[in-house]
Design a protein around this ligand. Sequence first.
Ligand code: FMN
Length: 271
Amino acid sequence: MTSMRNAATVSDPPQIPPVALDELYHCNSKHGAVRLAFISGRQMRRRDRTVHALYEASKNRFKAYTAAARVDLPRDCIPLDLNLGSAILGRRSRREFTSGSPSPSELGTLLARSYGICGVRHEVTARAVPSGGGLYPLDVYVLQFPDGGIDEGVYHYHVGGHRLQRVSSRCDRRILELASIYPEIIARAALLLAVVADMPRTRAKYGERAYRLALLEAGHVSQNLYLVAQALGLGLVALDGFYDDKVHAVLDLDGVSEIVLLLFAVGRVHD
Ligand SMILES: Cc1cc2nc3c(=O)[nH]c(=O)nc-3n(C[C@H](O)[C@H](O)[C@H](O)COP(=O)(O)O)c2cc1C
């Protein structure tokens, strides 16, 4: 028997094409004259004062784990003698590693020359990467597996002090293999690096646009890591293939305001 519904001649409502979230996000995070037109002169002055205060506060502010054990990294970095052209031409993602782990000097150099402080210019600490508004929203974590150049553990790199702050004394390779879409790469790596964005640090100035800036800055850090590793004779690969919240759990981050953007598997390589 034909149902009343099937018999009806009412046509289906037109299908509204779904809006891709990335398109929606991109449009919402555009700078635009319309948005700025709604800000009065007084609001603009207040905003400028806030932005200035933010910049002043962030210049020398680094995330501190006050109760954490600290590991000082060697003060002197290894000179990076490989010329830039050779570093760029030789750079490759490396997924096969030999035994052995980066030494504390190599690890310290990799961190300092990729996201660390490179001196003081005009009374401001100069960093290895540019940063939107000079707010430096990123943090780098080291996940050192057992039998490495430093004790096993999860560490936060304190840029200002060029030291590691131990978040956890365990770094279980099995847990990280299960947190990755590429467990075989994790199984071979000596250590992992995690690039994390602390979104409130930059959202206060850039609003919706902050997410874009954090990703761009992570790209700068990523390329530095590749080139510095190449100069040090280390190998690494950027890994987007990870289950976000499993990695957040290992790093003890909420996964909303502090978010992992990219992992790196790092190890020694033959050539
Ligand atoms: C943001 C980003 C994410 C990546 N994620 C992965 C990944 O999850 N797994 C992997 O094996 N390689 C990953 N890679 C490495 C790319 O596969 C690699 O860069 C590309 O194949 C080019 O090779 P090359 O780096 O040796 O020149 C990633 C690279 C980038 C830049």
